[in-house]
Design a protein around this ligand. Structure first.
Ligand code: SF4
Length: 312
């Protein structure tokens, strides 16, 4: 499948079937922590990058007869809301199934009324907010011209007023960048303005190809939870658990996931082992075969091996 991948399991969204609407990498930001590497060309113009009917057909096929999907999640190789017509897709998916729909977005285009309108039928929207000041907003997100900090906050606040679903703000906590008390208090202040249902704290656990970013210390994570929970309930950062069981083509499923973000080798091995209960050797053999295929490369990040897609 070209646009649909997973399901991938996470603490936040359970078994989540991913839908990627974008050619890599199409984004309005160029975050220092991005797992997809540098945004070579920042874009803000929305387009229907791929025919919406073909994407809907893929979703229909992927969910057919499956009972282990908790969420259908629009997420992917860049900023999701750059896809013009996402509102139509959300609406059509909701006609197809009772599985709730989530949209992960950096939120940078929410200042545009028609973008907000396209999200109204989603069950949960997860926009990013990594800074409570213009300086850190620009330093972390390195946005396209015109996507200012104030515009970001005003877009999020306007969306909150119009949206009746669950608004879960994602805060990426970066060691040495936005984890000081001052930076966290600034984030808390703008969160008050936005009034989300929940805050999801996330960590840069995966390698960022462009520049080194650091995990915050446990003490800083606890401090962030303590400061931000004065505004909304905070979900503790947790790593997702990948689920490959039930994938008709294991190599294709792994390729679809690894092409969207680096995957820790340990996590991948565990997921492959779960496909072959009691047959650890078979799982190890499968890992070896996949690696020998040349599709994947192992890189090192914080002393941990990760799988990434090989560049040809
Ligand atoms: S918004 Fe997401 S895709 Fe875009 S640069 Fe930031 S992390 Fe990467």
């Amino acid at each position: 499948m070209k646009h649909v991948f997973g399901p991938v399991s996470s603490k936040r969204l359970g078994q989540s079937l991913g839908v990627d609407l974008l050619p890599p990498k199409s984004c309005t930001w160029n975050c220092v922590y991005c797992q997809l590497g540098k945004t070579r060309k920042l874009i803000t113009e929305r387009q229907e990058f791929f025919p919406r009917e073909a994407i809907l057909e893929e979703i229909r096929t992927a969910i057919d007869g499956k009972e282990n999907i908790d969420w259908i999640t629009f997420v992917g190789s860049g900023e999701t809301m750059l896809y013009k017509g996402i509102g139509w897709l959300v609406s059509e998916v909701k006609k197809l199934t009772s599985i709730p729909v989530a949209v992960i977005t950096n939120g940078s285009l929410l200042y545009i009324p028609e973008v907000r309108e396209e999200l109204l039928e989603a069950d949960a929207v997860l926009p990013s907010l990594n800074a409570g000041s213009e300086v850190l907003h620009d330093r972390i997100g390195r946005p396209a011209p015109g996507l200012t900090f104030r515009r970001h906050i005003e877009g999020l606040a306007a969306f909150r007023r119009e949206y009746k679903g669950r608004l879960w703000i994602e805060v990426m906590l970066l060691g040495g960048i936005n984890d000081s008390d001052e930076a966290l208090q600034d984030i808390a202040e703008v969160l008050r303005e936005i009034n989300p249902d929940m805050v999801h704290l996330v960590l840069p656990t995966r390698p960022a190809p462009e520049q080194v970013v650091h995990l915050p210390s446990e003490e800083r994570i606890e401090r962030a939870i303590s400061i931000l929970s004065q505004v909304a309930a905070v979900v503790h950062p947790a790593k997702g658990v990948m689920d490959l069981t039930g994938s008709p083509d294991l190599v294709q499923a792994v390729t679809a996931i690894v092409s969207r973000h680096p995957v820790q080798q340990r996590e991948l091995l565990k997921a492959v082992e779960n496909c072959f209960p009691g047959e650890k050797e078979k799982a190890a053999g499968m890992m070896k075969t996949m690696l020998e295929s040349g599709r994947f490369t192992v890189i090192n990040h914080n002393g941990e091996p990760y799988w990434v897609i090989s560049e040809h």
